[in-house]
Structures are given as structure tokens and as C-alpha cells.
Design a protein around this ligand. Structure first.
Ligand SMILES: Nc1nc2c(c(=O)[nH]1)N[C@H]1C(S)=C(S)[C@@H](COP(=O)(O)OP(=O)(O)OC[C@H]3O[C@@H](n4cnc5c(N)ncnc54)[C@H](O)[C@@H]3O)O[C@H]1N2
Ligand code: MOO
Length: 423
């Protein structure tokens, strides 16, 4: 099915789809999928995505507290106080941590209070210890006048009861877990982690624990791609290295589609075995192939398909190309399957850096240029790492990458580029 409206040439080959368009075609299809949810404890909730809004059931803090060590006072008793004309206050009580203060503050008196202590009734502010001089056990001089509310966090100042603390579709960060803990919430309803099935193909591929042998190369892709998938919160099932004999390959991809939420195989996406990858996706269910071939380098021969609600990707065999395709297409799809709101996706951190050598690019393709970063006189500099898309060490050496757009023919030494950082 030519659902991506990709035209074919006289030999039946499809044209390349621009990267942004390919991503839109994919993500539009994933927009309305239903995601299963589960209820889990805060301790397990880091990086999970909320499936419903969370509303504060109580004020935080639930009562006014001091933000300084000092004396709880009625601010009006300190008005106009200075070093030369201090206010004298009677110490009539002490606030102890963890217990509500006893009694209530009278005009002209104060309570000792620690940072975090609950304000006694009638007190409206706290004088820092540093702005007082002890007279004796029962009296203190206040040498600086303060306004009402000084050094106090009021009831609900942090968050008020009834206010939405977190929206649905939000990936929970450490700070969010802290907010929920502060509100006394332990159980959260989150989307289930997407399950990803990974398949490697190619007669030359052997397990990385095998000794080297003539004509064989070790399976790099399943390891790097599984790690990338785990980084975006998925659970991974490795279906191993599968023969590209059609019935064996088809049966394995079919099982992965049955058992997981997103499947990718690497290798076999280019001309050599292209038909096998294409045929497999088409046989597995509708709508089948969405895109085959994008204006991306490396990563051009990617196949993007959808088989009865399950995205299936044929990633290029070259390890760098497979990783780049993961960044551009698989990760956004995993995020969509995680239930994360599109606008809420964590942007890849990036920095501006000075390009240290000119790079040419063919118009019509989006080039992903790996770089090493260093600093010179407080400025970031980036050094392109040249190497083939089969060389995994180029990725391992890279701190990040920058892009040369489809409409550009290259960038000159000295230009500023935006470098996206590899984690
Ligand atoms: N005539 C053409 N040849 C190729 C084209 C083209 O347009 N015309 N495209 C090239 C590009 S670009 C890429 S990328 C590759 C994509 O190849 P495939 O996706 O079909 O993958 P293979 O041919 O099976 O493998 C390519 C390369 O990667 C190695 N490989 C495969 N799987 C793994 C793995 N799991 N771990 C490590 N390395 C792996 C494989 O041994 C090959 O060396 O095609 C170009 N050719
Ligand atoms: O696009 Mo291939 O993916 O350059 O190496």
C-alpha cells in the first residue's frame, strides 16, 4: 500500500520522503491509539507518564511555617526597630519541631522558632536570629523592623488544595515525585511502559559473545537499540538474530507484533533484501508500509510501517544509521506510545558551538553530522567526526550531532551550529 503517497519510478522504486513529513505521517497514525494504564507506587514512578491529571487534595504546606531560625513575632511589634533603637520583646514560648506550638502570641512577646517550625497563633512573621541580640533568657532585642509575612511560608503557598498539580501525559521527574510526596500521594495512574521487540537479521551476524569467524560480524544493533529503547522507558524483548529466509523471518516478526507494542528489525532494509522487509510488513496487516526511504543521511533506507496498530520499523543495518533512525523516528513513536503529550516531550538538550571545519552536503537530504565538543576561551567548539555509517566507534566518540538541512549545500568553518547532545 502506498499510503505515504510515495511515487514510484519506472523500476518500481519509491521516491524519498522528507524527514519531517515522514515523522508526521507516522505520528498522525499513533495519535489516537488507546494506551493501557496501571496504578503504581511513587517509588516506581520515576520517568513514567501520568494517565490522568493529579489534583492537590490539601494545601501545601498545611499550616504556616518559618523559613529561618529566629523568633516568631507580630510584625507590628518590630516596626521602626533599628540597631540604635531596638524593640524589646518578651520570650514567652518555644516552637519545637514536629509538635504544634502551645498557647498564642501576645502583643510585645515572641517565641523562639527553628527553620520549618509551625508559627504560633497570632504570629505573622519571623525575625532572623542575626537581627536579634539576646538580653537574657526571657528578653530579646530586635534590631531590624520587618513586615508581616517576612520569613514565613504561608498555608498553601507551595500549592493550594484543588489546584492541578500535574497534567495527564506528563513524564514524572524527580521534582514531580517530590511534589506528590509533599501532598501525601503514593499511588499514581500511569501508562504501561511500551514493550519493544527487537530483531536482527543477516546471515553474517553472530551474537556478540561468539568468537570472531571469517565473514561474520558481531551483533551491535540489538545491543545499542535495546539500550536506546530502555532509555526512553520501554521494556525490551530481544527476538535474536533471525535468518532472512522469508518464512522464518516472517514468523518471527509476526510473533513480535503479537507480543509487543512496537517492533523493529535491523538490516535488510536496503535494495538487497528490501523486498523481504517490505513484504513482511505488508503481510502483517493494514495499513502496512507508510514510508520507505527518507531524505536522511545516514538512515535513508528506513522502512516505517503500521500493522494493525503496531508500528514496525525496518532500520538500516549499519549501526550508525540504525541509531540515527532511532533518534528521528523510533523515539518519537515510543514517546507517543508512552502516552506522553507531544508538546511535553523532553527536548534533546543542545548547545550552540563553533564549527571547526567546513562540511559539504548534497541538497535534498538532511545530514546528521557527528561531532566531538571542546571549549576554547569560554566558547564551545565542535569537530566533525568523519567516518562511515558502519563505524560504531564514531558514535562512541561523538558528544552529539548537528544538522545540515535538506535545502542547504553545506556549512562553512566558523559558523555557529546547534549541537544536540548524546546522553
Ligand atoms: N546499491 C545500494 N546499496 C546500498 C544502498 C543503496 O541505496 N543502494 N544503501 C546503503 C545504505 S545508505 C545503507 S544504510 C545500507 C542499509 O543496508 P541494509 O539495511 O539492507 O542492511 P544490510 O545490508 O543487512 O547491512 C548493512 C551493513 O550493516 C551490517 N549490519 C547489519 N546488521 C547488523 C547488526 N545487527 N549489527 C552490526 N552490523 C550489522 C551489515 O553487516 C552490513 O555491513 O545499505 C547500503 N547499500
Ligand atoms: O543512509 Mo545509510 O543509512 O547512509 O548508511
Amino acid at each position: 500500500m502506498d499510503s505515504a503517497n510515495q511515487s514510484r519510478d519506472m523500476l518500481g522504486r519509491r521516491g524519498l520522503t522528507r524527514v519531517a513529513e515522514a515523522r508526521t505521517i507516522l505520528l498522525d497514525r499513533l495519535d489516537n491509539l488507546q494506551h493501557p494504564t496501571e496504578r503504581i507506587s511513587l517509588g516506581d514512578a520515576l520517568d513514567r507518564v501520568t494517565a490522568e491529571p493529579i489534583v492537590a487534595a490539601e494545601d501545601l504546606p498545611p499550616a504556616p511555617r518559618s523559613t529561618m531560625d529566629g523568633f516568631a513575632v507580630i510584625a507590628a511589634d518590630t516596626f521602626g526597630a533599628t540597631q540604635s533603637l531596638p524593640a524589646y520583646l518578651q520570650i514567652t514560648g518555644e516552637v519545637l519541631m514536629g509538635t504544634p506550638p502551645e498557647g498564642c502570641l501576645e502583643r510585645g512577646s515572641c517565641y523562639r522558632i527553628p527553620t520549618g517550625g509551625l508559627l504560633p497563633d497570632n504570629a505573622d512573621s519571623v525575625v532572623m536570629l542575626e537581627h536579634t541580640v539576646p538580653v537574657d533568657e526571657t528578653m530579646v532585642e530586635v534590631v531590624k523592623g520587618i513586615g508581616s509575612g517576612t520569613n514565613v511560608i504561608k498555608t498553601g503557598d507551595d500549592i493550594r488544595a484543588g489546584v492541578q498539580a500535574l497534567s495527564a501525559g506528563h513524564r514524572l521527574r524527580p521534582s514531580d515525585l517530590g511534589l506528590l510526596a509533599g501532598l501525601g500521594i503514593d499511588k499514581v495512574v500511569v501508562y504501561r511502559r511500551p514493550r519493544i521487540g527487537i530483531i536482527a537479521t543477516g546471515d553474517e551476524i553472530i551474537d556478540h559473545r561468539q568468537p570472531s569467524a571469517a565473514g561474520k560480524i558481531r551483533n551491535i544493533n540489538s545491543v545499542t537499540l535495546a539500550a536506546l529503547a530502555k532509555r526512553c522507558g520501554a521494556t525490551v524483548t530481544d527476538y535474536g538474530i533471525v535468518s532472512d529466509r522469508e518464512e522464518i523471518f516472517f514468523a518471527t516478526v509476526a510473533r513480535a507484533v503479537e507480543e509487543t507494542d512496537l517492533v523493529f528489525f535491523s538490516g535488510g532494509s536496503s535494495v538487497g533484501v528490501r523486498d523481504l522487509g517490505e513484504r513482511t510488513i505488508e503481510r502483517l496487516g493494514s495499513p502496512g508500509i507508510l514510508v520507505h526511504g527518507v531524505t536522511l543521511k545516514p538512515g535513508k533506507p528506513i522502512i516505517i510501517g503500521l500493522c494493525n496498530q503496531t508500528p514496525v520499523f525496518g532500520l538500516p543495518g549499519h549501526p550508525v544509521s540504525a541509531m540515527v533512525c532511532f533518534d528521528f523516528f523510533v523515539r518519537p513513536a515510543v514517546r507517543a506510545l508512552s502516552g506522553e503529550r507531544a508538546g511535553d516531550c523532553h527536548p534533546v538538550p543542545s548547545i550552540s558551538a563553533r564549527l571547526m571545519r567546513s562540511i559539504n552536503s548534497a541538497a535534498g537530504r538532511l545530514d546528521v553530522i557527528r561531532v566531538r565538543l571542546d571549549r576554547d576561551q569560554g566558547q564551545w567548539r565542535c569537530h566533525p567526526i568523519l567516518g562511515r555509517s558502519g563505524a560504531i566507534s564514531t558514535m562512541s566518540r561523538a558528544d552529539g550531532y548537528f544538522l545540515i538541512n535538506e535545502d542547504s549545500q553545506g556549512l562553512a568553518e566558523g559558523e555557529q551550529v546547534e549541537v544536540y547532545i548524546y546522553q
